[in-house]
Design a protein around this ligand. Structure first.
Ligand SMILES: [Fe+2]
Length: 256
């Protein structure tokens, strides 16, 4: 089944994901994680009941407070390493290399676990996009063949060993139908320079994404996120201005 926003993004031939040219040894990161896995204070992602059904857990390597159990974003500020970074010397080297190579500042950096037979429902992270000078990079560590990931219509299957950018300000979902958990390290960077191998292609596609963004987000809000509110507004003949304001309020409330 395709949702209206997926049909539109396919129709406009939009791309949302890019592979980043960066070398590292994912097996060493995974080894560090597995060595201390049982000691980590993993928490349920705070958006439980909104975006997921209890199968999404996170633990922070960099957070706003410096605590590994802080996962939220409350301000557009640099983050700092958490107390568990001492268990991840190689991973930290990789992270610092990213700051250096792309001349940028850290935001949240988290291990993200999606349990077997669990899902992260359709949602969007309104400012997690280069449009706002933010880049959310995914470094897959454990994946299985039955993980289904979508950014609008685009299905992406990322294997360990790579590093990937996605524009998460567009609707996305992840479903893990496999028997194994899915583990990614999610690295948020502020204002990275020269991140893309083919920057010209990226910016041409970025212009195209921006061109159709409003209609895509409107479809997402009307058919999925706030159908009742939009239906009520339609019955009351409220102007589009009201609907946009409603979405802006949600931007403030929805911080994952
Ligand atoms: Fe998300």
């Amino acid at each position: 089944m395709f949702w209206p926003w997926q049909i539109l993004s396919r129709l406009f031939s939009l791309n949302f994901t890019y592979k980043i040219d960066f070398d590292f040894d994912y097996k060493r990161i995974l080894k560090e994680y597995n060595t201390v896995k049982n000691k980590l204070p993993i928490i349920e992602h705070p958006s439980i009941g909104i975006d997921h059904d209890g199968g999404w857990q996170v633990v922070s390597l960099y957070s706003e407070t410096g605590d590994s159990v802080t996962a939220g974003k409350n301000a557009d500020i640099d983050t700092k390493p958490t107390e568990i970074i001492k268990y991840f010397p190689y991973t930290h080297e990789v992270i610092k290399e990213l700051f250096k190579k792309y001349d940028c500042q850290p935001r949240r950096i988290r291990f993200s676990v999606l349990k077997s037979k669990k899902k992260i429902s359709w949602h969007r992270d309104w400012d997690e996009s280069m449009e706002f000078s933010n880049s959310r990079l995914h470094l897959p560590l454990i994946v299985n063949d039955k993980v289904r990931s979508n950014l609008c219509h685009e299905k992406f299957k990322w294997n360990p060993g790579g590093l990937f950018y996605g524009d998460y300000s567009f609707p996305h979902q992840i479903v893990n139908n496999g028997l194994e958990e899915r583990l990614h390290l999610i690295i948020d960077l502020k204002d990275p320079k020269n991140l893309f191998i083919d920057s010209e292609k990226f910016y041409v596609e970025e212009i195209k994404r921006k061109k159709y963004k409003e209609i895509i987000i409107l479809m997402f809000n009307v058919f999925y996120k706030y159908p009742i509110i939009y239906f009520q507004a339609f019955l009351r003949r409220l102007p589009l201005r009201y609907l946009k304001t409603h979405d802006t309020h949600q931007k403030i409330l929805h911080k994952n």
